[in-house]
Design a protein around this ligand. Structure first.
Ligand code: GLN
Length: 502
């Protein structure tokens, strides 16, 4: 029969419901694919084989008993390792939490399980989600399935690579400044950062609480829409006061195309220094495709967008410093042995528990929040945030979605970007969306003409219009596919079909 990596999430759920195959068979095929592929990709920090088989058998038992199955019945999923799932560790890829066992399950994880998904395990990431390459993981790097000598992007690099290598059908990541969209782009998969508040953050280890948002990866827009339906089912989560009810069916208008919709382009973003010409050409191509499909393309401006990275690297570290203060060597995580005072224990546990980037962010945050400094940086950063948010509101008065690159370039080699401030520019196209709180999605365009590596376009939409965003993304996906573009919605060729026979 088929290989599990050829099946969409909807096809798996339908196949399980119809009895074409059992959820247990799908789970075993996925575990087999991980076994055959992950030695090289290293997307996972922990494979939860027992949880996967238990969940799959429970799904099969429900079917046997004639009970209704969830919309993600039997769909194999992976979770970024900053999401709690009872029965697994939650390490945030940090020495600090190396032996930490989840004591509860995050709402986002639970909602996928409630929809019938099969939990394959926990995916690698940059330590505490600080980074754009997954190189800051304490445990090991993750390799880009399209070229093992290159990074998968980050910080949700494991989640993106697991889907690109066909080890998982769908995965969840978190995006504080681009950590879903940028690795999705580098790995040639679809990645959605929903509007802030659309998905509960309860049980997701916080980085920047006003910026963090959970979202799905999939090889196809439809898979991402299906996962979104599960994530918002149940509405507002009483455990996350910022979560909102967004009772929409993300599949409902997915196939309706872009006729009558307006797509905005921002000239200053397409002319930006640092944008690789092959990415620019591909995004220009996407613009023509959307136009060809009936969208009206309009020029819009985001005049304050150049301030987004600076504002982010003030607000993000301040919030991270506050959030990560809880790792004090007393209550959670790594505890330095042999200390004689609490102060010493706390200081040394933090010194030896956190890696370099996590320390850099916290030191920056501590400095920026000091009295006297605060007024110089934090206050102006918040003012910039307001201006950028207003820019978006104005722009979305004239269009339904904005088209731009997801990342300025394709996947880079390990160690190629060693200057942290250069690394920070990886998110030059994604950060403004977190600053303003609206949604953004990365859609694969195929392989770049020069690099032969995945290139993507990003679409950003107004707050709580993520359904329109998915619809435009689907229209683009269809056009890219119709153009005969290779590598659309596909598993990286080196891994396709390895293990995973169903
Ligand atoms: N790369 C950005 C950073 O390092 C964004 C990370 C994220 O979205 N979690 O902060």
């Amino acid at each position: 029969m088929a290989n599990v990596d050829e099946l969409s999430a909807a096809r798996i759920a339908a196949g399980v419901a119809a009895g074409d195959f059992s959820a247990e068979e799908v789970a075993k095929a996925s575990l087999d694919a991980i076994e055959a592929r992950d030695g090289e990709v290293q997307a996972f920090l922990e494979v939860s084989a027992e949880l996967a088989l238990d969940a799959a058998r429970a799904t099969d038992a429900r079917r046997a008993a004639g009970e209704p199955l969830g919309p993600m019945a039997g769909v194999p999923v992976a979770f970024k390792d900053n999401m709690h799932l009872v029965g697994t560790h939650t390490t945030c890829a940090s020495r600090m939490l190396e032996s930490y066992e989840s004591t509860y399950t995050a709402t986002c994880v639970q909602r996928l399980l409630d929809a019938g998904a099969t939990p394959l395990g926990k995916a690698n990431m940059d330590e505490f989600a600080f980074g754009s390459s997954t190189e800051t993981s304490h445990f090991h790097p993750t390799h880009n399935p399209w070229d093992l000598e290159r990074v998968p992007g980050g910080s949700s690099g494991g989640s993106a690579a697991a889907v690109a290598a066909g080890e998982a059908c769908v995965s969840l990541g978190s995006d504080t400044g681009g950590s879903i969209r940028q690795p999705a782009s580098l790995c040639g998969v679809v990645g959605l950062k929903p509007t802030y508040g659309a998905v509960s953050r309860y049980g997701v280890v916080a980085f920047g609480s006003s910026l963090d948002q959970v979202g799905p990866f999939g090889r196809r827009v439809e898979d991402v829409a299906l996962a979104m339906n599960a994530l918002v089912a149940g509405g507002h989560d009483p455990y996350d006061s910022t979560s909102q009810d967004c009772p929409v069916d993300f599949l409902e208008h997915l196939e309706e195309g872009v006729e009558g919709l307006r797509v905005g382009v921002v000239p200053r973003l397409m002319d930006a220094a640092g944008l690789d010409p092959e990415v620019r050409d591909a995004v220009e191509g996407a613009r023509r495709m959307l136009e060809g499909a009936g969208a009206e393309v309009v020029e819009v401006d985001l005049p304050h967008i150049d301030a987004a990275i600076s504002a982010y690297y003030v607000i993000g570290p301040c919030e991270a410093f506050s959030n990560l203060a809880r790792f004090d060597g007393v209550r959670y995580g790594y505890q330095e042995p042999g200390c004689s005072t609490l102060a010493e224990q706390s200081a040394l546990s933090r010194a030896h528990g956190f890696g370099a980037e996590a320390k850099r962010r916290q030191m920056l945050g501590a400095y920026l929040l000091a009295s006297g400094v605060y007024d110089e940086y934090y206050v102006p950063a918040q003012k910039a945030r307001t201006l950028i948010t207003q820019d978006y509101v104005r722009a979305f008065g004239r269009c339904d979605a904005i088209l731009m690159p997801s990342a300025p370039r394709t996947a880079f080699r390990f160690g190629e970007i060693s200057d942290p401030t250069q690394m920070y520019l990886s998110d030059m196209y994604t950060i403004s969306c977190n600053i303003a709180g609206n949604g953004g999605i990365s859609v694969p365009l195929g392989l770049g003409a020069a690099s032969g590596l995945p290139v993507s376009a990003q679409l950003q939409g107004p707050a709580f219009k993520d359904r329109v965003l998915l619809r435009v993304a689907r229209a683009l996906e269809r056009e890219v596919e119709a153009a005969g573009t290779k590598a659309m919605g596909a598993v990286a060729p080196e891994f396709a079909g390895r293990g995973g026979e169903l």
